[in-house]
Design a protein around this ligand. Structure first.
Ligand SMILES: [Zn+2]
Length: 84
């Protein structure tokens, strides 16, 4: 579907958003964003959330130990339920 990006509706643009971000495009330069206050606000909200998430993740310990604990807890449970 080759539609003029300037004529996208907000719904259409927002459904394209994950694809645009996923393909590494500079979404803030997208013609729809440049002409649409609503989506510009949405995008800056998303960027704020993404930035907060990055900072949150950066401050969290690597989850290796956690996964190991969960794994051994699951195995323990499996053993206990099969032993009977
Ligand atoms: Zn829009």
């Amino acid at each position: 579907m080759n539609r003029d990006p300037q004529n996208l509706s907000c719904t259409e643009f927002q459904s394209l958003l994950p694809e645009l971000i996923g393909s590494g495009q500079n979404v803030s330069q997208h013609p729809h964003v440049r002409s649409c206050d609503l989506c510009r606000t949405l995008l800056s909200d998303l960027e704020t959330i993404a930035e907060a998430a990055r900072q949150l993740l950066a401050s969290v310990e690597p989850p290796d130990n956690l996964w190991r604990q969960i794994e051994s807890a699951i195995q323990k449970e499996e053993n206990e339920s099969t032993v009977q």
